[in-house]
Design a protein around this ligand. Structure first.
Ligand SMILES: Nc1ncnc2c1ncn2[C@@H]1O[C@H](COP(=O)(O)OP(=O)(O)OP(=O)(O)O)[C@@H](O)[C@H]1O
Ligand SMILES: [Mg+2]
Length: 138
């Protein structure tokens, strides 16, 4: 288990540290309660990767695709609104998961058994108003 303490002003440093820790892993599940900081941290990761697209929670579409500076796609999922397993099955997730592109997920709990075994679990918890603990199960 690795832990990063992430302050609001140090979030880009924290994102760079995070990318170093995950290395070649591409399937990343961010857990944490409403407002814990999942979207904010994913945005910082995308900034670090040189994504110029607008990074926001794909609340209605469930999946956003961004382009990193390297030319690779980055997929951002928010499963909050997924209520039935069938809805998740209809998304054809395997295609994204096995694309080799970075897959950053919010509310992975909603798709439970569809998460690949190699998923890296990340837990985000508030420490204080501007500080978050980011625990990486690696
Ligand atoms: N160090 C920090 N890292 C991330 N967010 C922070 C930090 N400090 C303060 N915040 C604030 O916490 C809030 C996190 O909101 P965010 O939308 O990222 O949460 P979320 O986990 O994606 O919520 P949801 O479950 O609704 O998707 C923002 O208002 C952000 O400014
Ligand atoms: Mg969010």
């Amino acid at each position: 288990m690795r832990e990063i303490i992430c302050t609001k002003s140090g979030i880009l440093n924290a994102a760079a540290q995070f990318l170093e820790i995950i290395g070649d892993h591409t399937i990343i599940a961010f857990q944490g309660h409403l407002g814990a900081g999942k979207t904010t941290f994913i945005k910082a990761i995308c900034d670090t990767l040189g994504v110029e697209d607008n990074v926001c929670s794909p609340t209605f579409t469930i999946i956003n695709e961004y382009r990193a500076a390297s030319g690779d796609s980055v997929f951002h999922f928010d499963f909050y609104r997924v209520e039935k397993l069938q809805e998740a099955l209809d998304l054809g997730l395997e295609e994204y998961f096995y694309s080799g592109c970075l897959c950053l997920m919010e509310w992975p709990e909603r798709i439970g058994q569809l998460l690949p075994e190699e998923t890296v679990r990340v837990q985000i918890d508030p420490v204080d108003e501007n500080t978050r603990s980011i625990k990486i199960d690696l």
